[in-house]
Design a protein. Sequence first.
Lengths: 326, 313, 280
Amino acid sequence: MKKHTLGKFVLYRLMKLVTLLVALCIVTFVLLELSPIDPVTAYVGADTKVSAQQRELIAKHWGLNKRPAERFWAWFSSVVQGDWGTSMIYRRPVLEVIGEKFVSSIVLMMTAWVLSGIFGFFLGILSGVMEGSWLDRAARVYCHILISTPTFWLGIVFVMLFSVKLGWFPVALSVPIGVIQSEVTLWDKVQHILLPALTLSILSVANICMHTREKVCEVMHSEYVLFAKARGESRGSIIRHHVIRNVSLPAITLQFLSFSELFGGAVFVEQVFSYPGLGQATVQAGLKGDAPLLMGIVMISLLFVYTGNFIADLLYVWIDPRMKEG
Amino acid sequence: MKREPILKIENLELSFSQYIQGLKKRELTVITNLDLELAEGEILAVVGSSGSGKSLLAHAILGILPYNARTRGKILYKGKVLSQREKERLRGQEIVLVPQSVNYLDPLLQVEQQIGISLQNKTKEQKEKMNNEILHRYGLDLAVKQYYPFQLSGGMARKVLLATALTSSAKVIIADEPTPGLDDESLGEVLKDFRNLSDSGKAILMITHDIQAALKIADKIAIFYAGATLELAAGIDFAHGGQGLRHPYTKALCRALPGEDFEAIEGRQPLPSELPQGCLFSDRCQLCTEECTRQRPDYRMIRGGKARCIHAT
Amino acid sequence: MRKKYTLFALGIRKKTIFSTGLFLLLFVWVMAAGIFIAEDALMVDLEQTFSKPGMDHLFGSDWVGRDMLLRTLKGLSISMRIGLLSSLISAAVAVLFGIIGPVFGGAADRCISWLIDFVLSVPHTIIIILISLACGGGLKGIVVGIACTHWTSLTRVIRAEVLQILHVEYTQLSRRFGKSKWYIAKEHMFPHIVPQLVVGVVLVFPHAILHEASITFLGFGLPAHEPAIGVILSESMKYLTSGKWWLAFFPGLCLVLLSLMVDKIGNNLEKLWNPNTAHD
């Protein structure tokens, strides 16, 4: 890989990211501007003792009486400078809230991501290698059903089955209630994250499995596998040397491209399992009209998804010998 | 005394079941009557036009046909009928294939590894040495070892494909179109290699559309037309305007060669779906009589060769 | 392997047509049933609260004794209407963008590609939540939200199709005869795009209803007094720990079956129109 092409590629992607982020800022601002949410009410919340005068003061303090364009510019320039405002429901700086929630979400998402990646990949390989067998058919039916299953419903069913009925897992929250933070053991954490992560991963399996299967079938019907057979390579050797080699990169890439669905899924899983992450914060911010937090989350979600896409592209350029030259 | 053939194919027929428009099933016969014999130390060229299903012959011998293919007839190796299991045991060991295009190389393996697969039982040093040797022999730079298939030029790819087979200790080499893409010098080199290999006792089956390349080295030439071997001739039979040839098609083919009258034959080969009921060449043959259109002629011994024609002498 | 092919030969076409017809019938039936279930059928019956699934109530009953089967049917019917509406809107957007891009080319095409990237770079759930907030929630919010996020894949399909047609000779011929771009679009492209479009709409539909239910479940979609499937499932969360499994299980299962069914219709139609891909 010539250095300057890689540099150019990174630069191009960064510029695109900037255009997307700016556009997203504008779109989000406009959408929230259109919404009937009153930021003052959102801030004041249920506190009815606040007088009209005080409300006006708050509005003035935030510059709510200015024109939208001015407000957007004020908000946008402070965002660029790293000040993302204050979350109204958490009464803390948005970046701080997001940082904290993101850490807890990323643990959930990455666990699910790795689980689904590994399981989906191997199921896809098995299914593709044994094309037409009962296992292949079963895997395809399984994936088909998964694609049509809403995440939150699967979460509900899992809670009902594994937590309530069988009692294998705790019902909710990422840590036990009533236990001091420092006393939470790793096992507690694992126990609380396992079921949500499993729910999230099971649905992502379908995508990676189906794509891997298709790619495996393609490789198995390729002329180079035919030649490998002609050279007396065994089935196992063909799978190890040719199939896995040729299928891995597309699979890993696809897995990085799935960050969007992962984030979306996390919103539902966190809601069902009351897992205190970014997804739950999104729902809370939306329901309670916490505009600064919501805007922050929207931008973080774009960064997250874009990072996944970027890594996927980079992997191709970086690893695939065919891309290195071109 | 005639040597016992190491590979013998008797009356091979190969067909595919296919689905055509309207989701109807049909049987498509690609190879109709194929007979050949290959002895140790001998080069036999099967010559037929491109896309006529010659490669399938190689695939049939190696047992790598697609699942919807069906074969009839016999393939014998050392006098014994080859079962699928036997084919699987022999391929890569005693019978090797030189594939026809770079698509037969794993796109993510470097040349070194591609050749290395044939050298499974060797130590690392031995592999390295043989790799270097063979690249050197074909005038390829040692840097080529690190190349991926997409980086190979047509000629380089051809040489690498050959290298995968030539390093093995197989008794039978089936080379599927081994010549396209080579410049004259390399072509000479490759053909010389084939000659050397066969002189050292290997049997070589060369499947090609390039009759001139075949004439340069082959001991015998089988003419493949519309899925059948129409004639088996010695290379010498093509000399002097093809005087020694037997089948009208081969004669016409010979006349069409550059350096001869360069006279093309009218019409084209029938497609597998429109084969004539009688002699496969009957629709284009000047000697065609009513009897020719009635049934397929037998493969007869004529003057040391064979021909599938009732008029051949 | 070969067996698969013989089965295939046993009139897969007839089987496909039959099952598609059956599914379509079922689809219409559920939709109609939902509409015709009168409000008083969902009467509060305090003597039959939380009854388990049985002969009286196949899907059980809820905390005020309403029959869950009827509620589910009603909910599905609402979801289906929303799904239909939003798939049609996103199809319209897809047709517009998919044709404008290649026909006008240049900047227009780049803009549309950028727009697709933009929509794909934010999780759909987040976009729908935002749009739903902007519209003040309710039916409008959810329909606009789903329509805004589901046009991308179909746009790509149509764009590719249009590009291909643009390169075919007769369009180039008619361009030389001085026909306007709109004439080309209308006369040459629509006939080719229609089958793709129908399949596209049918295949977007399951996503649309799943998203509708999901967003409503979160509380951004239809208001809590609507008998939507998302609302039913959201309510069931309250009784999650008390073992009232039927409140969530059956409505969700029906939703899954419905979306599977529509997915199957879409795939069948695709097979019937384009038998080349029918081998799978």
